[in-house]
Design a binder for this molecule. Structure first.
Ligand code: SF4
Length: 101
């Protein structure tokens, strides 16, 4: 979803050109079990840099989705960081568009 939202802009403003693609590219690190390093902290910092610096509300809405995901799935992200995953079905829920950049 984040990659879709990052790709669905004209890329005319800094938050869409730089911020959203970077956040989207980093999220797969959280979606799979394994070391996360400072990924969550980086995403939180980048979200703060994106927010309120745009010509429309697209990046702000995307950042709200990011923060909601980090909060809602915090326990699962902690499990992933410890090398575990509670999912019983690992197939994607939504089709992911090919990278157009
Ligand atoms: S902030 Fe809005 S107007 Fe600017 S590039 Fe993103 S979607 Fe387009």
């Amino acid at each position: 979803m984040l990659r879709y939202l990052a790709l669905e802009s004209a890329g005319q403003c800094g938050p869409c050109l730089n911020g959203l693609p970077r956040i989207a590219a980093t999220f797969p690190t959280l979606a799979a079990p394994g070391p996360q390093g400072g990924t969550r902290e980086d995403i939180a910092r980048w979200a703060g840099l994106v927010e309120g610096r745009r010509a429309c509300h697209h990046p702000d809405g995307t950042v709200r989705l990011v923060r909601s995901a980090l909060t809602t799935f915090a326990a699962e992200l902690d499990a992933h960081a410890a090398g575990h995953c509670t999912a019983t079905d690992h197939s994607p829920l939504l089709p992911v568009p090919a990278n157009r950049s």
